[in-house]
Design a binder for this molecule. Sequence first.
Ligand SMILES: Cc1cc2nc3c(=O)[nH]c(=O)nc-3n(C[C@H](O)[C@H](O)[C@H](O)COP(=O)(O)OP(=O)(O)OC[C@H]3O[C@@H](n4cnc5c(N)ncnc54)[C@H](O)[C@@H]3O)c2cc1C
Length: 369
Amino acid sequence: MTRDFDIAVIGAGIAGATTAAALAADYKVALIEAEEQAGYHTTGRSAAIWVLNYGPPDVRVLTGLSREFFLNPPPDIADGSLGTHRQNIYLAPAHQTAALDALIAQDLGIVDMELAEVKRLVPALVDGYAVRAGLEDNAFDMDVAGLHQGFLRRMRQAGGVLLLRSRAGRIERRNKSWEVEVAGGDVVTAATVVNAAGAWGDEVAALAGIARLGLVPCRRTAAIIDPAPYAVTHWPMVQSAAHEWYVRAEARAKLMVTPCDETPMHPHDVQPDELDVAIAIDRMQQALDIPVRRVEHSWAGLRTFSPDRSLAFGWEKSVPGFFWCVGQGGYGIQTSPAAGQLVADMIAGRDPGEAGNVIAAIDPMRFRV
Ligand SMILES: Cc1cc2nc3c(=O)[nH]c(=O)nc-3n(C[C@H](O)[C@H](O)[C@H](O)COP(=O)(O)OP(=O)(O)OC[C@H]3O[C@@H](n4cnc5c(N)ncnc54)[C@H](O)[C@@H]3O)c2cc1C
């Protein structure tokens, strides 16, 4: 069966969902997803924290522009706030004070904090681990599932179609249009293809006969532990200033811990590595006196970076009608409301407002020199 659309968005993670939702009111949009479930890959595996002091400058602009959306989402996206305040504490052992100074020097809201105050908030702090600490008070937990579902709903209500179990296997340009053949043999035609395939971004481009950007999917591991005897629900997020590990309270009074690993690998359904789980716990226990009797659950996801770690949103120049929306790295959720709108505005030729200031920095063609 062949179905005709204006725009085919490939990948129904947060990048594809936000973009498709922002296009569906004006265009006939198909959102094409390989898996049975949208959000199965990286979008469903994040730490779900919004932190302004993270990533390159273009990311910070889009993170900042997304803040209000999380805290006061439009009623069609969510009934109430999609953000819950959580402080973020940076601990600096003696050899990481320069890293802490660099964070504070950015002037984006991180200030020095007394260690006694850290100890009051996080009684498990090991005396002597840190010589200084920094506090970022404007971070929050994000309701990722609520956000993602809200955008998928908005897309459907505007007439967009979500095609699940539909891995794009052939992408070919014919008669000034794209043909996307999906698993099962159905064909979607569209004047524009948006590549929002996350870790598979370069593979999707290759299917269309387009040169790769050099995207690097990197595994990050997370484990859930029981923090008894501590009640951690209202603990701040705690991390080392050099970003070697962090912990974050999870629902049901558990603690998520990660070694901030970044292991390059090919795109696949990535699984956690036991050694990385052990490293996470070891690094955390140097700072926090939490006995870990059992790892309750662990997972891994692929954070996919462009060669310079900035976003890669823009038109492919070698062929008409192919738009890149990749390179979301470790910031794809916190940037997504503004990023999806920006990508849609670029495709539609609309004025993107303040977000337009990052367009030159995120042009994927910067990798084609
Ligand atoms: C442990 C961890 C912690 C993180 N913490 C945070 C955080 O606190 N804050 C934050 O903002 N971000 C965080 N991130 C990063 C964030 O999760 C990602 O940047 C974001 O989810 C990327 O979304 P995406 O839509 O680009 O990719 P994905 O969610 O992976 O979506 C891409 C989709 O494309 C589909 N696809 C691929 N190839 C094809 C094809 N040929 N045909 C059809 N479909 C295809 C895939 O099946 C997939 O569903 C974290 C990530 C990890 C792993």
